[in-house]
Design a binder for this molecule. Sequence first.
Ligand code: CTP
Ligand code: MG
Length: 172
Amino acid sequence: MVTEIADALLFIMPAYFANSAPVVLGGGRPLDLGKSMPDGRRVFGAGKTVRGAVLAVIVGTAVALVVATIASNFSFFPLASTLTVELGFLLALGTVAGDVLGSFIKRRVGMKRGAPFPVLDQMGFVVVALLFASASASISLFPLAIILIATPIIHVSFNVIAYLLKLKPVPY
Ligand code: CTP
Ligand code: MG
């Protein structure tokens, strides 16, 4: 049981790193180039930057290689051992797509940058990351359930830590 949980969490680690990297490394030119939709609100908003997105994909892909290298030394991390550059890239790209889609939805319903949207904020990125990854991997139900249950808990914990470290202005 413990190793199954660790295996599932190791597998999704590229998505977690891709999601957190922009908080530390992001900034600069916004992905939507400052443009608004006909509703008068930004397409994605100033919180989604080009540098954040690019570095998220690079960091996530690199993390996949590191995790695969470590996990493949152990027989009890079968899922994490399947990580490849391609799979890491898909998980990271899916993370960015899910994050950007989340902001798109938040702007359309009139939420300002940084406004909390429970569940979407914590789960959106990982759901799209898993969808992207499913193009090249098959993840069985048990690790999938572990990932879906653990992600919001881990997300909230790390955001509180990022807030305490003054990396984020709000603890969510
Ligand atoms: N970030 C970035 N580029 C990205 C994603 C995130 O630079 N592609 C940085 C931004 O500084 C952002 C922070 O990471 O403010 C936290 O990300 P997130 O919580 O996803 O964005 P929010 O600012 O909360 O904006 P939104 O309301 O659109 O979710
Ligand atoms: Mg936010």
